[in-house]
Design a protein around this ligand. Sequence first.
Ligand code: ADP
Ligand code: MG
Length: 250
Amino acid sequence: MISARNLHKRFGEHEVLKGVSLEIGKGEVVAVIGPSGSGKSTFLRCLNQLERIDRGEIVIEGETLVSTDAAGTCRYVADKEARRICAKMGMVFQHFNLFPHLSVLDNLIEAPMTVKGMSRDAIVPVAEELLRKVGLFAKCSAYPSQLSGGQKQRVAIARALAMAPDIMLFDEPTSALDPELTVEVLRTMRQLAEEHMTMLVVTHEMGFARDVSTRVIFMDGGDIVESGAPATFFAAPSHPRTRAFLSHLG
Ligand code: ADP
Ligand code: MG
C-alpha cells in the first residue's frame, strides 16, 4: 500500500530524514514511536505531500508519487495526479484541525463535496453512518467548540474516513487529550484496525502499539533504527537506543 524508499528531507542545514525506507502492506497497522524531533511527523507529512522530499521514492498502491533518478534529481508527478494519489490517504492530526465555523456533519461532508464533487444527498448518509460508527451521531448539528477533545478527535477520524481513504495516517492523535478521553479515541482506532484498515500511527501510547499494531517502528535522529513485531520489539529490543527510549517511558 505504501512504499517509501530512501527518503531524504532537509530544512535548511538540518537533515530531518536521512534515508527512511518503509514498506506497508494492506491491513497492516504500523506504530511509529521515537523521541521528539526524530522526524516522525515529517515522515508522515512527506507521505501525503504536506512536505516535499529532496530525494527518494514514494509509491502509493502501485502509483509513483515521486521518484529520484540516477543523477539525484527528484521529480514529483503533476499536481493533479499527486493530489489524486494522496487522496488515498486520510490524515488525523494531534490538534484535530476541524473547521470551527462548520457543524460536525458539515465538517464531514465538506471535502467529499468540494474535492470529490459528490452531491450532498450522496454524502450525507455516508457521513451519518460514520458518525454513528464513532458514537457521535447525536452531535451532528453541534459545532466543534461544543465538543470535548476526545469527541473532536473522533469527528476528525470520521471526517478523514468520509473521503473513503485506503490508508489512514495518524500523527499523535491522543497526545492533546486527557487520559479518559484518550481511551475513547483509541477504541475508535482499534475498531478501524479490526476492520483491517491500513494504518500508520505515530503514538506515545505503548499499550496501543503493543496490543493493536502489527509492527512497531522506532525512529531516532531521522532514521528508522529498529522495527519488529510488537511482542519481540517490546520484550527484547535489539538496539541500545530503542532500549534507552523504552526504559525512559517508565
Ligand atoms: P517528531 O514528529 O519526531 O517530533 P518532526 O518531524 O516534527 O519530529 O521534526 C523533526 C525535526 O525537524 C525537528 O528538529 C524540527 O524542529 C524540524 N522541523 C520540522 N518541521 C520543520 C519546518 N517546517 N521547518 C524547519 N524545521 C522543521
Ligand atoms: Mg511530531
